[in-house]
Every structure is written in C-alpha cells, then in structure tokens.
Design a protein around this ligand. Structure first.
Ligand code: 5AD
Length: 349
C-alpha cells in the first residue's frame, strides 16, 4: 500500500514521482492531504522561481477557425457564433497600448484562420518585437514553413496544447487530426528554437486519473518551458454541451503535481481556472502557478472569442485587469516580474 508521507519523502530526496505515485496523488481527497500537496507545490515554486509572477497580455485577434474540435465554441460547426477578424493595424495598436502599460510579453492567439497569411503574421511578430516585447504565438497546427518564417521574424515562444495524451480521446475530440501530428509539431517548434508551451485540459469526458498522470509525464518528457493546465468547461453549442465540467479541485491537483515534476516551468493560473470558480486564479497561484495571462482583446470582440462559456475577464478593460492582477499578486506577498519572463534556462544563461 502506498503511503503519502513516503511518496513525499521520496520526492524530496529525488525530485521524482512514478506514474503510480502521480495517480495516488491525483486521487487524494481528504482536504488536509490535498492541502498538503498544494502547499508543497507552492513551496517548490518559491524555491525554484521565487516570488515573481509574470503577466502576459493576450490578444485574441480572430475567432475564425477551420477546425472542428468538439469541445471548443469556436469550432467550424458552430454557425451561431458571429465571427470577427481584427485588422493588422488594430492588432498592433492594441499591442502598442499593452507595451505602454508595461506588458513585456504579447501573446497573439486566434483560431486556425488562414486569412492571415504567413507573411502577415511574420509582419505582426516583427512589429511587436520592435515595440520591445517578447512574442508568443498561439495559432494552432500550421505548416512547418509558417513556424520557420515566424521564428525568423523574431517570435520567442509558441503555445500549442496537446490537450490530452490519450491517443484515442485525442482523436475523438479532434476529428481531423491526431496526437502524433500535434507531437510532431511540438518537436518541430522546439527544434526551431521556440520556447515551448503546451498543456492539457482536466475533466474531459472519458478522461481518467491514469490518463491525467500520463499528461503530466508527457509535459515532463517534452521538458516544456510553459504548461497551461485548465479545467474543461462544456460549451452549449458543441457536441459536448451536456458533459460535466472539470473541477477546480482536480485541476489544482494536476497543476500541483506538474509543479513538483517541472520545478522551473512557467505555469499560468489559467483563465479557465478563474472561470470555473471566482477565486480560481488565486488558488492556482498558491498551488504552483507563477504566470497570469490577461485578456487585452478589445472589449467589443471579447464575448465573441467564445471558447467556453462564462469566460472570466469578459468585459474589464486592460488597465483594470492589470490593476486587479497586481492587487492579487500583492495580497499574496509576491511581486510582478519586471523582466520578459523567458524560459528560466534561457534567462539564467
Ligand atoms: N473548456 C476549456 N478549455 C477549452 N479550450 C478550448 N475549449 C475549451 C473548453 N470547452 C482551451 C484549449 C485550447 C485553449 C485555447 O482553450 O485547451 O488549447
């Protein structure tokens, strides 16, 4: 029989956890034991990364998408959604405003929208870099030539979640694609020199604790620079509309165990976590997270980037979001980082 204390002692000595031990930790339910796990993750975060919290500004510049991911409100099949595209000038104005406000990283995210050519994206990347910010792209599966040209244009990071490490579940959720293809793209991005972000969703229909343990081990195997971990939230206009949502508790356990195994990886307290429960992001920051991604999309488009329902930050202006984030960080006795928040291995070189 496994004993919690032994697992923890062993982890403290080796920094390792076996698959079986991860499953055991994710299965904890007693509040004091779960609390102990989250507190340990918080301790590991403090030891390796200190009090710094990195703020990233995300611009969701188009909600058009060619894909039919069955959990996502932006999926091609959702004919009810009004679609928008921001003009490149509008994207750059938004980015310039964010840089002026002090954001050091701009995340450009959209559905898989081929309206923006590779050259247009490269132009946006170069222009934002010139403003003095680091650039993260989150544009899905793209041809390798696109990844190459955006890196050449100066993009620093790419965020491409694998969502689930279960091959069959991946296929069910993404009818036109495979986990193998996603992993190939992740490897390709890493080889091109991007700082690599990926991650999963927690509480997907059909997902087990064993599968979540595999997700965590995959994040380790990929030695991710950033890992986004958020609860699945059913969107009524999708085939999974009536499924059950992932819970905050399980999401926090996954986040915490990930922190134990990836002590220096940037882990955001995700918007989805803040959407499942009001204090979700605070709880995330206390369970191993060290990043907040703030939504800088112009308010008139915000509700249309309808990935899942009741998204947090639906109407607040960037300045207000930043002040709220700073207040939260301050209340926790932490500090907002003034650096770019590059991957730690790179920053410490
Ligand atoms: N619930 C939670 N997260 C979702 N995402 C997409 N749809 C949902 C949903 N219904 C997440 C995916 C994707 C990111 C942009 O949003 O993890 O990578």
């Amino acid at each position: 029989m496994m004993v919690l204390q032994e697992i923890i002692n062993n982890y403290r000595a080796t920094g390792e956890l076996s698959h079986e031990e991860i499953v055991f930790l994710l299965g904890l339910e007693k509040p004091d034991e779960v609390g102990g796990l989250l507190a340990l993750a918080n301790e590991v975060r403090e030891k390796h990364l200190g009090p710094d919290v990195h703020l990233r500004g995300i611009i969701e510049f188009s909600n058009h998408c060619v894909r039919r991911c069955v959990y996502c409100g932006l999926c091609y099949g959702n004919r009810e959604l009004k679609r928008y595209r921001m003009h490149p000038h509008e994207i750059l104005d938004t980015a310039a405003g964010a840089v002026e406000m002090g954001f050091r990283t701009i995340v450009l995210q959209s559905g898989e929208d081929f309206h923006y050519t590779n050259d247009m994206i490269a132009y946006l990347v170069a222009a934002v870099k010139k403003m003095g910010a680091a650039v993260t792209l989150s544009l899905g599966d793209r041809p390798q030539a696109a990844y190459t040209s955006w890196k050449a244009a100066g993009a620093d990071r790419y965020l491409l979640k694998f969502e689930t490490s279960d091959t069959l579940l991946y296929r069910q959720l993404h009818p036109e694609s495979t986990l193998a293809r996603r992993l190939k793209n992740l490897t390709y991005l890493r080889d091109l020199g991007y700082q690599l972000g990926s991650g999963n969703m927690v509480g997907l229909p059909g997902q087990t604790i064993t599968s979540l343990a595999n997700d965590i081990l995959l994040m380790k195997e990929l030695s991710l620079d950033m890992a986004g971990i958020g609860p699945f939230l059913p969107h009524p206009a999708t085939p999974l509309g009536k499924a059950r949502a992932g819970t905050m508790e399980m999401t926090l356990k996954v986040l915490a165990v990930t922190r134990l195994l990836l002590p220096r990886t940037h882990l955001p307290a995700t918007t989805a976590l803040g959407s499942v429960q009001e204090d979700g992001r605070r709880a995330g920051l206390l369970a191993g997270a060290n990043v907040l991604m703030l939504n800088l999309t112009p308010v008139k488009y915000r509700a249309l980037y309808d990935i899942y329902p009741a998204k947090a930050e639906a109407t607040s202006k960037p300045q207000q979001l930043k002040e709220e984030a700073e207040k939260l960080v301050d209340e926790l006795g932490r500090r907002v980082s003034s650096g770019y928040g590059h991957a730690v291995k790179i920053e410490y070189q």
